[in-house]
Design a binder for this molecule. Structure first.
Ligand code: AMP
Ligand code: MG
Length: 423
């Protein structure tokens, strides 16, 4: 396919290799293939939370906009301070935050009462703290020993006009939106949200709201996928449940490829008789790789379908979430224009015994809590089957056990990936 977005040549890849790729190898291939979506839009800052800035944002103004006082005290001319002994100055007015001194430039021998944050009156260059002076009516007694510019915050010492305050690729957090507001910037150019078309495959799947037949189960993957895509700030497009029939899968692929910048399927990627995702992708697109040394998660397909990137996730509900967080989410963040995200891995003492076989990376579900000494610890949620979705709902972190790890004893330190953070 000439318009494939894949940056690598899939023919030289070990898609059917019995040896699985490690998580790092798999991610490396995804990272090299993925490119940001084209297109941007201008949004009001109240509507831009979670979107990604498409161009650097220079400040239109200086912050602070004027020289202002860092203290409550008196603004004066440094040259009026005596070399020794004391001098008397005349108080000619006041400068409050939001109500600057209205008089003409301050002359020699004059001073202005000033509050923190208030504009330094013209002619003044230094502020003395009120505790350091003696006032008597309109007269102020001052001594020497100060520095020129003392207690004056200069215009632009936080941000100079033209200085970039946000760089392209910044995800807009509440703080970043606050920064834009503080500069009077009402609108921001953000990258278009990637459209993510997804569907579930499986004859046994019953959509929520319908009555399951014998042996059927409710389809949960479309709901977790929808929520994960939406929370990331991408645009989810739910294409429903697709039956395990060759033609139905083909039709769904065609529809998804026409609509999505990314296509995600769940189920049907094993080598069972009703698993048509892999062969359909071979027919209609390109398969990047197939097996990953990760539990839950294998098998996993990555490739392209028309102009869309393609992820064929396993069917088990926990595998869907684990592979999404491990591979799809960072890929989508690259498509959204963010730089490559660095996984957050925190060492924490584990209070549970964890079973693990070597030779694959495992993402077990954990609960972070504080022990009696106020130290943070992690324990297992219990059953770790990739069909046990309640273990994901109860968990607040993944316990990341690397390839070579052969099990954890209570008291061992493990690396965890928190599900939530302040963003
Ligand atoms: P598969 O990869 O299609 O063989 O699916 C693996 C397991 O995941 C099977 O037990 C399926 O019933 C289950 N499964 C597949 N898709 C879904 C879904 N959308 N929601 C819940 N379970 C699913
Ligand atoms: Mg299936």
């Amino acid at each position: 396919m000439t318009d494939s977005p894949l940056a690598f040549d899939p023919s030289c890849m070990d898609d059917y290799d019995p040896h699985s790729l490690t998580v790092d190898q798999a991610w490396e291939r995804i990272r090299q293939a993925i490119a940001p979506v084209a297109g941007a839009e201008l949004l009001g800052i109240a509507d831009a939370l979670g979107r990604v800035v498409s161009d650097d944002v220079p400040s239109p103004i200086a912050v602070p906009p004027t020289d202002n006082s860092a203290m409550d005290g008196y603004a004066l001319r440094y040259a009026d301070l005596p070399a020794e002994g004391t001098a008397k100055l005349r108080v000619v007015g006041e400068s409050f935050a939001g109500r600057p001194y209205a008089g003409a430039a301050v002359e020699a021998g004059e001073t202005v009462r000033i509050m923190t944050g208030a504009v330094i009156p013209a002619g003044c260059d230094t502020v003395l703290m009120q505790e350091r002076v003696e006032r008597d009516g309109d007269s102020l007694r001052v001594s020497g020993g100060y520095r020129l510019g003392e207690n004056v915050r200069s215009a632009g010492d936080d941000i100079r006009p033209g200085q970039n305050v946000l760089l392209a690729g910044t995800r807009l957090t509440p703080a970043a939106l606050g920064v834009l507001a503080s500069l009077g910037i009402a609108e921001v150019k953000v990258r278009r949200r990637p459209r993510v078309a997804f569907f579930s495959t499986g004859d046994e799947l019953c959509p929520v709201g319908q009555i399951p037949g014998p042996g059927d189960i409710y389809d949960s993957n479309r709901y977790t996928l929808n929520a994960m895509i939406r929370r990331l700030g991408a645009d989810p497009l739910d294409l429903g449940v697709v039956r395990d029939r060759r033609q139905d899968v083909r039709d769904a692929f065609e529809q998804a490829a026409a609509l999505g910048d990314m296509v995600i399927t769940s189920g049907g990627v094993s080598v069972g008789e009703a698993d048509f995702v892999k062969e359909t992708l071979e027919e209609m697109g390109q398969v990047g790789f197939w097996k990953i040394a990760m539990k839950p998660g294998r098998p996993l397909a990555f490739g392209s379908l028309g102009r869309a990137f393609f992820f064929g996730l396993p069917g088990n509900p926990v595998s869907v979430m684990a592979t999404f967080y491990q591979f799809v989410q960072p890929a989508l963040r690259l498509m959204m224009g963010e730089p490559e995200p660095t996984p957050v891995l925190v060492p924490v003492r584990c209070t549970s015994r964890l079973k693990k076989s070597a030779g694959r990376m495992e993402l077990q579900r954990g609960v972070l809590a504080y022990d009696e000494n106020g130290r943070i610890t992690v324990s297992t949620t219990g059953l770790q089957g990739s069909h046990v979705l309640t273990s994901m709902a109860r968990a607040n972190c993944f316990i990341v056990l690397p390839l070579e790890n052969a099990g954890v004893e209570p008291g061992d330190t493990v690396l965890i990936q928190p599900f939530e953070g302040l963003i």
